[in-house]
Ligand binder design. Structure first.
Ligand code: PMP
Length: 393
């Protein structure tokens, strides 16, 4: 029977990781996989996470099941982190999920249950897993133009023009901050215009918030999601704790859903039911760590301070790289690197130029020229800048 299976295309980023591992050249630079790395190339356990884990280890008396949708304390802590303290509590449903990927997946499934004919509109480009999950679910999806290859910023007029085609009940997938893979993000005015457009069209926003705290700050990175949440009757937010808490492998995420208050009970029940059909309970450990940190003022302050170091370190690398390229090219055409936010920037190199940088300089960048800025440090920035110029980008 299994001989009927067709091979799945290998994940390009994981394949690149394998090539990097096997490259014997000293000084090789990995800008591929989307994981935060410090100046030593390590992805450490954050101090507050360690402290929370110790506290849980000291105090936990049982490992019995929790609640199917996740614990109310986790929902409340995540809603507060994402939406701020004054969100409409009577309109909120929430689901603890397996990472941000699980939150996206459950968001798609909830939308499909409510409107089987919905088309999901995705930015061009977007995180490839969005598209492959939608394909797997058999959900219709359509790209909207987003990234202007010439300026490496958002082509907002094109985005608005494409979204004119929205039908009532369609879903618009938006990156809340730190767009993956481009690094180009909406301004506040643009978020406002999108909110107005979606309200006029009767479309439902699904905001993927996988990097809160990696761009301009915790509140700043949630500002677009908060603005949408304050203006639209129904909103989905898929929040990941993988990056901002550095707990990738704990698989921690949360789907927040705002609905009419009268639909809340059925929405919340449907979310719990979706977990039940898929894997019953989401894993507890990461969610418990997150709740412990967010509800303890000292741990929260420690976490916020470390996250701020991570964020400002990436910004400093962006500025250094833009400055180097300014000097080397005697132009400002790479200044977009300092304007982008988050871990990623799409450099705008051709696949051949990406390959040349790998071959000649042992620099590993994903084929669409998405670079993970966190893979750099002070010493490797000039190496990358010279390789970018040598490849003729
Ligand atoms: N959305 C986007 C845009 C991402 O980049 C990621 C992480 N690569 C995720 C969601 C989900 O991450 P995780 O499932 O590891 O929390």
């Amino acid at each position: 029977m299994l001989n009927a299976l067709k091979p799945q295309a290998p994940d390009k980023i994981l394949a690149l990781m394998g090539m990097f591992r096997d490259d014997p050249r000293p000084g090789k630079i990995d800008l591929g996989v989307g994981v935060y790395k410090d100046a030593q190339g390590l992805t450490p356990v954050m101090r507050a996470v360690r402290a929370a884990e110790k506290r849980i280890w000291d105090n936990e008396t049982t490992k019995t099941y929790t609640a199917l949708a996740g614990e109310p304390a986790f929902h409340a802590a995540m809603a507060d982190l994402v939406l701020g303290s004054d969100y409409p509590k009577d309109r909120l449903s929430a689901l603890q999920t397996v990472g941000g990927t699980g939150a996206c997946r459950m968001g798609f499934e909830l939308a499909r249950l409510a409107n089987p004919g919905a088309t999901v509109w995705t930015s061009d480009p977007t995180w490839p897993n969005h598209l492959s999950i939608l394909d797997y679910l058999g959900m219709a999806h359509r790209p909207y133009r987003y990234f202007d290859a010439a300026t490496r910023s958002v082509d907002f007029q094109a985005m608005l023009a494409d979204l004119q085609g929205l039908k009532p009940g369609d879903v618009v997938l938006l990156h809340g901050c730190c767009h993956n893979p481009t690094g180009a993000n909406l301004t506040t005015d643009q978020w406002l215009a999108i909110a107005d457009l979606l309200a006029a069209k009767g479309a439902l926003p699904l905001i993927d918030l996988a990097y809160q705290g990696f761009g301009d700050g915790l509140a700043e990175d949630a500002a677009g999601a908060r603005l949408i949440a304050s203006r639209l009757p129904e909103v989905f937010i898929a929040a990941s704790c993988s990056k901002n808490f550095g707990i990738y492998r704990e698989r921690t995420g949360c789907l927040l859903v705002l609905s009419d208050a009268t639909d809340r009970a059925v929405t919340q029940g449907t979310l719990a039911w979706l977990n039940r059909q898929t894997y019953s309970f989401a894993p507890d450990h990461g969610a418990r760590v997150v709740t412990t940190i967010l509800t303890d003022p000292a741990l929260r302050a420690e976490w916020e301070a470390e996250l701020e170091q991570v964020r400002s370190g990436m910004l400093a690398l962006r500025r250094q790289l833009a400055d180097e390229l300014r000097l080397l090219t005697n132009s400002d055409r790479f200044d977009f690197l300092a304007r982008h936010r988050g871990m990623f920037s799409r450099l705008g190199a051709t696949p051949e130029q990406v390959e040349q940088m790998r071959r000649d300089s042992a620099i590993y960048i994903v084929g669409d020229s998405r670079m993970n800025i966190a893979g750099l440090n002070n010493q490797s920035v000039p190496v990358l800048a010279r390789a970018i110029v040598a490849a003729g980008v």
